[in-house]
Design a protein around this ligand. Structure first.
Ligand code: ZN
Ligand code: ZN
Length: 376
């Protein structure tokens, strides 16, 4: 039986397997295709079109092997444009007479169909079933564990005023979520995180923390300070967000361990720039969001997503130039293997923490109705 937790590496190896045996599919579905140098071309069998060159499936080349396109109706946009998405499209057409509005053949049912048809076992799906086993196997976390952190959760609980009054009062987060995530204000003087609301980052073990300044933004220099504006070389200490010294945000995705279960279940992951966005979504019952700690998106963060079981990546980045950069980077790094969708907060808001309840609920509904894989 195929569990609802197929790993990205299984999907890649299954896709490659299918491409090597593409002729079998052509024969089985009686497809009207002809072979060109690097691709098969023909009528699109998914919308059952007439145009003889509307469809292309690339079977050779460096980057786009296994990608397919329907140039007339864009059928590839309704399924992921991998070989598995193609088969899902074919099965949807054959079983449910799919034409955009009709029901799709289930994603996991498609995987099952593929493993039966090609008589191919999945290799790694076992690994992903138990998230804790997976965390232990991940080299990224192993590296961190050997660094011997002297700080642990007990120390965090002792040093912070939890739940953070600043996030409670100024950012509208609930006491419940702040307590659950150990979010507190650093009220002691002369600490690296003094005057900041601290967000500890755990991946089973404590990884580090990031802090949001509780001071006002200076209209002259744009930094967050009391007294005089900082010198150039000290500006970092007064930035809006600051990580603790040994924390490398590129190795991590905030909320990863907590969300794995939900990502596997729905096939969807939401990417935000900031941990406070994640907390806001958690407050509204959406347990599948992660943050990248800023507008960057590293290769290591992409590797983590590859192991998560996500099929669709929804970005909800800020309504500014940095947010645009993040949407671009995620697209560049993930477009080939995932369906990447950008959602936006209303034009007059910068991020989801500025949104009112109605806007948040609309976003939530859209994600659930349009992107959840299960039950579709
Ligand atoms: Zn088509
Ligand atoms: Zn200033």
């Amino acid at each position: 039986m195929i569990s609802h937790s197929v790993s990205q590496s299984d999907l890649i190896s299954l896709s490659n397997f299918i491409i090597d045996r593409f002729e079998q599919l052509i024969e089985y579905f009686d497809l009207d295709f002809y072979k060109e140098r690097k691709r098969y071309t023909g009528k699109c069998p998914i919308h059952d079109g007439d145009r003889g060159n509307a469809f292309a499936m690339y079977t050779e080349g460096q980057d786009i092997v296994g990608n397919w396109f329907c140039y007339t109706r864009g059928c590839h946009k309704h399924f992921i444009n991998t070989p598995i998405g193609f088969i899902r499209g074919l099965l949807s057409r054959h079983k449910f007479d799919w034409n955009i509005t009709n029901r799709k053949f289930g994603f996991y049912d498609t995987i099952k169909w593929c493993t039966d048809f090609f008589d191919k076992q999945l290799e790694n799906s076992e690994v992903d079933i138990d998230k804790f086993r997976f965390i232990k196997q991940s080299s990224i976390f192993e590296k961190k564990e050997t660094q011997k952190n002297t700080i642990d959760r007990k120390y965090i609980l002792k040093s912070l005023d939890i739940p953070s009054k600043y996030f409670l009062e100024k950012r509208g987060l609930s006491k419940n979520i702040l307590t659950k995530y150990d979010i507190g204000d650093c009220l002691s003087k002369n600490k690296p995180m003094s005057n900041r609301t601290v967000v500890p980052i755990y991946n089973n073990i404590y990884m580090g923390c990031t802090g949001r300044s509780m001071l006002k933004e200076c209209s002259k220099c744009g930094f967050f300070h009391e007294n005089n504006c900082p010198k150039k070389e000290h500006e970092y200490f007064f930035s809006k967000w600051r990580h603790n010294k040994n924390f490398n945000s590129e190795n991590c995705l905030y909320n990863y361990v907590n969300t794995l279960h939900f990502i596997k279940k729905t096939g969807v992951v939401v990417l935000f720039e900031s941990s406070i966005n994640v907390l806001k979504f958690e407050d509204y019952g959406m347990h599948l969001s992660l943050c990248t700690f800023g507008a960057k998106f590293s290769d290591l963060q992409r590797d983590l997503l590859d192991k998560s079981g996500a099929m669709t990546i929804v970005t909800i980045s800020d309504n500014d130039a940095a947010g645009e950069q993040m949407r671009k980077t995620v697209k560049e790094k993930c477009d080939k293997l995932y369906k990447v969708v950008d959602l936006y907060v209303p034009d007059n808001k910068n991020d989801i923490n500025d949104c009112v309840e109605k806007e948040l609920i609309n976003l939530k509904k859209r994600i659930e109705q349009e992107f959840y894989e299960l039950g579709k």
